[in-house]
Each structure stands twice: as structure tokens, then as C-alpha cells.
Design a binder for this molecule. Structure first.
Ligand code: URA
Length: 425
């Protein structure tokens, strides 16, 4: 096998063979295909696409580059959710213990935020003592104790993806649906879950700004899960405005605890319950309604067990920012829009995000929303509260928010419904 043959096959729009795919992914992972050769192949894939069979084989090769986790010693089905990421998307926090409290095991390997989107591990790390890195045995212990575990993926899981993702990031090859789908699904399949629900976000604050592209990504990932024996369903959901009323790590933990206490913003509750029902259905579990588990305290009990089992103190006060400032409504009327991307960038500038993987984040920085699109607002009433550790960050965050919202007579008719569509095998 020769890297140049593989590159020119895809450059000339031919299908890569099973042998070519297995060889090139393995040789690249072992450092025997050069970075510039893989960059060239990734660009050829971005430009010329891949067939369903090629994507399946590529994903299999990425899974085979590392180890696959095995939960067969557990006595109940496993089920998980993956979101393609957004602004204020804290759903994993209430969802994992909620689904555990309804009778499934939820083994979730999560990531950190980059750019304007927040990562689940960063959010949970705002809880004093909580640990993201667990060994496989520790993961199993937490699962047995709490029914759910959320932690970082170890180095042994799909190492080909780790290397390739970093290369795509600096070679303009992130936005390829076959490469995104195989990247996400190789990690989820290697994680060993029996069922998977994908929350594919659409809108300014999402990876996929456009509904057609989001639909194609969802279809590709559902097919991949199905082809690998994982029961997979996808929901397309709105990310044209932030989810919930809190954006920022500790602020989002606080909102998640409200949801687990039976309260919380309507959109967060609706999406959490819907995803929980999908996860339980996909795992073949019936008998308990997730909406009841939020009300009767059983989801909260599972949350407390999960946080404690990972070293966290569920009763410890969360960090709060010493500096705050407000944005107020410029007129009386209806908040017609509030752009998710701009709110995410402003939170990032307040300290909640990182520019490079190595950067640290501020747990207390972020933005609280006082109104959502469609709500009535009075001139001068608060729209947003900005939180930061460093008041010098306010001017750039405020500049980002200048045209992020509008007050008019009605909600913008182009706002997406919270749950747009469902994609199944
Ligand atoms: N998330 C991933 O894990 N991989 C991608 O390619 C894009 C988003």
C-alpha cells in the first residue's frame, strides 16, 4: 500500500477499497503516513465525499485504532446521548442521572468546549472536588453506584480520531460530513453504548447553521450507528437562540440542579424529558416516565450519587463571579430574537471559553438571560446579566452583544421550533 495511491484514488473520485481505508488509518495512527499526506486525503474526502460503505469502513478503522469499552458485565441496558454542541446546552447534566433513575445505565464520555460552545466536562468541573478523569474500573464503579457516569475519554479510545481531528482543525477540513460523522460515531461506538440518541443542533450557535446540512449529518450518523449494531435515533433541535436562561459553567450547573428539583426553564425541561424518553425507548426500557422522575426526586438522588462518586460535593456552593453588569431592553415590546452565536462569543470573552485546548476556563463567567425570544419586555428592564472575574472583559463582550437581539412587535417568524425533526434508521 502506498499513501499516494490512496490520495489519488479519492482525488479522482473513486471509491476507496476496504484495504485502502484500513491501511491508511492504521498507518497514519502509527506515524507511517505523513501529516501532509493525511491532510491531502482529508481535503480530497471533503471535496469528493464518501459512500455509505466507505464511511462505515472509515469509522470501523478509527474504532480499531484503539480499544472498545465493554459493559457486558452490567445487568441493565446501556444508553447514551451525544449533542453536536451549542450555547447553554447543559442537557447532559440533568439527562444522564434522569435516565439512570428510570432504569438504564448511562456511560457517557464527554468533551471540553472550544470556541463559543461549552463542554460538559468544563461545566461539571465547576463543582468543587469533581473529577473528569477516571480509569475503566472507576467508571464501572460509578455506573454501579449511580447508574450514570460522565467523564473524559482515555487515550486508548479512537486515537486515530484524536490525531486526525487536530489535523483537520488546522487544514480547513473540519466541515466534511463524512469526517464529522465518523469522528463523532467512532468515539460513541468505541464507548460501547448499546443505544444512542443524537441531538443535532441547527442554527447560528451550532456547528450546522443550515437545516439541510444538519439533516444530512443526522442521517449519516444514524446509518453509521445502525451499521455498527447500535440502536441510533437523532433529533434535530434549535440552536438559533441559547438553550435555557444560563450560559457559563457554574451558571449552567445551577440551572441543571433547578431542573432536577422539578423546576427550571421550559425549553430545558422539554428537551431533557424528550431525550430521556428517546434514550429509554432506544434501550427497550419502559415503565417509568422521566417527567415523573424529575418531580419525585429520584433523578436528583441519582445526580447526587453520580457527583459524589466522582469526588464532587453536591452541596458545596458553586463559584460566583465578583463582577456583573446588565444589558437592558432598548424599548417596550417583544424580544424578537437573541442570537445564540453572539451570546456564546460574549460568554467566551467574559472568560467562559478557551481559544486553545490548553487554556483554562473561568467557572463563574457567563451570561444570565432574563427574557427569551417571544417574551414581553419593558423599556429599561434587564435582558442579560454578564458575569466575569475581570471587569476589563466587559467592553468586548458588550460590543459582541450590540446587535445580538432586537425588540419588536412579535417573535421573529424564522425562529426554529425547539424540536424540529426526528431521524431514525
Ligand atoms: N465533534 C467531533 O467529535 N468531531 C468532529 O469532527 C466534529 C465535532
Amino acid at each position: 500500500m502506498d499513501a499516494i495511491d490512496v490520495i489519488t484514488t479519492k482525488r479522482d473520485r473513486h471509491e476507496l477499497s476496504a484495504e485502502q481505508i484500513a491501511w491508511v488509518v492504521d498507518a497514519y495512527t502509527r506515524g507511517q503516513v505523513a501529516e501532509e499526506q493525511m491532510a491531502s486525503l482529508a481535503m480530497a474526502i471533503l471535496l469528493n465525499g464518501m459512500s455509505r460503505e466507505e464511511i462505515r469502513r472509515w469509522t470501523q478503522a478509527m474504532i480499531d485504532s484503539g480499544s472498545r469499552m465493554d459493559w457486558s458485565s452490567l445487568d441493565r441496558p446501556t444508553t447514551d446521548k451525544h449533542s453536536t454542541g451549542g450555547v447553554g446546552d447543559k442537557i447532559t447534566l440533568p439527562l444522564a442521572p434522569l435516565v439512570a433513575s428510570c432504569g438504564a445505565y448511562v456511560p457517557q464520555l464527554s468533551g471540553r468546549g472550544l470556541g463559543h460552545t461549552g463542554g460538559t466536562l468544563d461545566k461539571l468541573e465547576s463543582i468543587p472536588g469533581w473529577r473528569a478523569s477516571l480509569s475503566n474500573d472507576e467508571m464501572l464503579d460509578v455506573l454501579r453506584t449511580a447508574g450514570a457516569v460522565v467523564c473524559a475519554a482515555g487515550d486508548g479510545l479512537a486515537p486515530a480520531d484524536k490525531k486526525l481531528y487536530a489535523l483537520r482543525d488546522v487544514t480547513g477540513t473540519v466541515e466534511s460530513i463524512p469526517l464529522i460523522a465518523s469522528s463523532i460515531m467512532s468515539k460513541k461506538i468505541a464507548e460501547g453504548t448499546g443505544a444512542l440518541v443524537l441531538d443535532v443542533k441547527v442554527g447560528s450557535g451550532a456547528f450546522m447553521k443550515n437545516l439541510d446540512h444538519a439533516r444530512e449529518l443526522a442521517r449519516t450518523m444514524v446509518d453509521l450507528g445502525t451499521d455498527h449494531g447500535v440502536t441510533t435515533v437523532a433529533l434535530l433541535t434549535a440552536m438559533d437562540r441559547p438553550l435555557g436562561l444560563a450560559v457559563g459553567h457554574a451558571l449552567e450547573v445551577e440551572e441543571s440542579v433547578e431542573v432536577l428539583s422539578g423546576g427550571g426553564p421550559a425549553d430545558v425541561v422539554e428537551l431533557t424529558v424528550r431525550l430521556a424518553r428517546e434514550m429509554l425507548d432506544a434501550a427497550g426500557i419502559s415503565g417509568k416516565d422521566p417527567a415523573d422522575a424529575l418531580k419525585d426526586g429520584s433523578a436528583m438522588d441519582a445526580w447526587r450519587r453520580m457527583i459524589s462518586a466522582q469526588g464532587g460535593d453536591p452541596d458545596a456552593p458553586l463559584p460566583t463571579a465578583p463582577e456583573t453588569t446588565r444589558v437592558t431592553a432598548p424599548a417596550t415590546g417583544v424580544l424578537s430574537r437573541l442570537d445564540a452565536y453572539k451570546v456564546g462569543v460574549a460568554a467566551w470573552r467574559l472568560g467562559a471559553g478557551r481559544a486553545r485546548k490548553e487554556d483554562t476556563v473561568s467557572a463563574s463567567a457567563g451570561i444570565t438571560l432574563h427574557a427569551k425570544p417571544g417574551d414581553h419586555v419593558e423599556k429599561g428592564s434587564p435582558l442579560l446579566t454578564l458575569h466575569t472575574e475581570d471587569a476589563a472583559r466587559f467592553p468586548r463582550a458588550l460590543a459582541t452583544l450590540e446587535d445580538a437581539y432586537a425588540v419588536g412587535d412579535a417573535a421573529d417568524p424564522s425562529l426554529l421550533p425547539l424540536i424540529i425533526d426526528r431521524v431514525t434508521a
